[in-house]
Design a protein around this ligand. Structure first.
Ligand SMILES: [Zn+2]
Length: 315
């Protein structure tokens, strides 16, 4: 945790140099293609993760350009910003982040931006956080986005802050877009429950690469039996004793499938193979959107794809 002195300078760098405007415009076009008509001098909404980026884009529609720092498929615990992205974050009208140390590689930039007076909204502030065991201590679990029921609340909070920080958004059209998206998220939550309904009580067990799906498990009545990396971050390495313990648990519970982050499925399979465990490894999109065509290139698509894969493996 980085503590910043409370002498917050409410001074923001307002003028955009020609070079910076070009840089911002270039990134906008590369990121979203169709947004090239949005002025680089308009309101600047910057989002750290690809998941929250998609949510914010759905909330604002075509009204405002949204810059997303992490590309699809990135490991959000590990992603570091480019110098241009640091500038974007420090000059944002609103910076939307996950929070609770999730974006470890961006922590310094977030702290500096906030000290500069940039408005920051944290998804984790919107939710009653569950605890996560890490190195024998309980820490807040940052993976709030794995439950679409949480995302309904998070998206509502972000939508309100967007209007506060970008007053031009305060239109009937924006409010209608927000209401429609929140309804879509609620419907998603209900349909996931439906998709998972056929899984028997004793099969409602998740073993994952690291501790990602706690909120999902709480919401849909699963047990997290263990994680290959027993940590809230992908940055830790499992010890061989931890792998042996997990192997014992899996045999005991007759686990048929385990679930890996799409960004590192091979790592999980290799770790288990090294302990002589042969089990189906199912790839899930856990903390980052997938590429276009993956079925997980939006938050709604990602949650639906994961639910379908879990149901197919455990039903
Ligand atoms: Zn994680």
């Amino acid at each position: 945790m980085i503590t910043i002195p409370v002498t917050v300078l409410k001074m923001r760098i307002v003028p955009i140099t020609g070079l910076m405007a070009l840089a911002i415009g270039g990134i906008t076009m590369a990121a979203c293609g169709s947004d090239s008509s949005v002025s680089a001098t308009g309101p600047r909404v910057v989002v750290t993760t690809s998941i929250l980026g998609d949510v914010v884009e759905h909330l604002v529609g075509e009204e405002v350009a949204v810059e997303v720092i992490m590309p699809a498929g990135a490991d959000p615990h590990d992603a570091a910003p480019s110098p241009k992205q640091v500038e974007m974050m420090r000059n944002a009208d609103l910076l939307v982040i996950n929070g609770e140390g999730f974006e470890a590689g961006l922590a310094d930039t977030i702290a500096v931006a906030e000290a500069d007076g940039v408005e920051v909204v944290r998804a984790t502030d919107a939710i009653d956080l569950r605890g996560l065991e890490e190195d024998g201590a309980e820490v807040p679990d940052p993976h709030v986005f794995t439950s679409p029921a949480n995302m309904v609340v998070i998206a509502g909070v972000i939508a309100d802050r967007l209007v506060t920080e970008v007053p031009s958004l305060d239109t009937p059209r924006y409010r209608a877009t927000v209401a429609a998206y929140l309804a879509e998220l609620r419907a998603l939550d209900a349909s996931v429950e439906q998709t998972l309904a056929g899984i028997a009580e004793q099969d409602r067990i998740l073993i994952t690469n690291h501790d990602v799906f706690g909120y999902f498990a709480d919401r849909y009545n699963f047990e997290i039996l263990g994680a290959v990396i027993p940590s809230g971050s992908t940055l830790a390495e499992p010890s061989s004793q931890e792998l042996v313990d997990l192997a014992d648990l899996m045999v005991e519970a007759d686990v048929r499938a385990i679930f890996a982050d799409s960004s590192s499925p091979a790592r999980l399979a290799d770790a288990l193979a090294s302990e002589g465990i042969a089990v189906e490894v199912v790839e899930l999109f856990s903390e980052s959107l997938g590429e276009p065509g993956s079925g997980a290139d939006t938050y709604v698509g990602m949650v639906r794809t994961n639910a379908n894969r879990i149901a197919a493996a455990l039903d």
